[in-house]
Design a protein around this ligand. Structure first.
Ligand code: URA
Length: 236
């Protein structure tokens, strides 16, 4: 088995990230640092060490959905000492999030120890669309919605198109549904900055066919059978 596949199948990280670890000399195979991409190992015999721990294939993958609150980051540790989503999750497995939400964004995020899945959902090729509910100050004009739909132009570069729909407004605040395929850094926030709108709350409510549902803020639960069928479809 390829070393990068072994690392992702063992729940260490995604395959792409595994290549980085290998190139950076962070993976030891049978006592020697292995930096060659494309190396094959015998997963039954070879001893692979990362971060001082022997890595083994795990079949007990877990898949959770978490309702991330505002004020949490999506990485394992933070040099600014901010809270991380992993404080809200079980500690007995090496979990990671599939993609990220900004510190001040809340809502649905998928958590797993299955590196292959991370690759499948994050890659634009699979076109897993994501839906956000954006709450802004004031109103939004039809012409502004049209700009968002066509893809806002930022420093001369057009951002991807989005499916955008006004949901409700009371004149003081407006809620808008935004559906995007790609996950460029701060994509939704940048779209609204480009049309001069102030976001009060950004919340992700759906990833592909998996919805946030009634999950309480700050809590997680395992994906159900139907959600797992969708996940397995993406992986195949
Ligand atoms: N777009 C953003 O701007 N922020 C997020 O957290 C997710 C999508």
């Amino acid at each position: 088995m390829r070393l990068n596949k072994f690392l992702s199948a063992s729940g260490v990280c995604s395959r792409r990230k595994a290549d980085e670890l290998i190139e950076n000399g962070e993976i030891i195979v049978n006592g020697k640092v292995e930096t060659q991409l494309g190396t094959n190992i015998d997963e039954k015999k070879d001893k692979v060490i990362y971060n001082g721990k022997v890595i083994s294939l795990t079949s007990d993958f877990v898949y959770y959905k978490l309702n991330k609150p505002k004020g949490y980051i999506c990485s394992n540790n933070d040099d600014k000492g901010r809270k991380t989503i992993f404080e809200l999750l079980p500690k007995d497995k090496r979990l990671f999030s599939i993609g990220r939400l900004d510190y001040n964004t809340e809502g649905l995020i998928l958590i797993t120890n299955d590196g292959e899945l991370s690759e499948a959902i994050s890659h634009p090729r699979y076109e897993v669309n994501k839906e956000y509910i954006v709450t802004i100050e004031g109103k939004i004009l039809e012409s502004e919605l049209a700009v968002l739909r066509a893809g806002v132009v930022e420093k001369g570069i057009r951002m991807p198109k989005a499916r955008v729909q006004r949901l409700e407004t009371d004149g003081k605040i407006t809620k808008i549904s935004v559906i995007i395929n790609e996950g460029q850094n701060r994509q939704v926030r940048r779209m609204f900055e480009a049309i001069g709108k102030t976001i009060i709350l950004l919340k992700r409510v759906r990833i592909g066919e998996i919805t946030l549902g009634g999950l309480q803020r700050g809590t997680y639960k395992e994906l159900n059978r139907v959600e797992m069928e969708y996940i397995n479809m993406l992986k195949n």
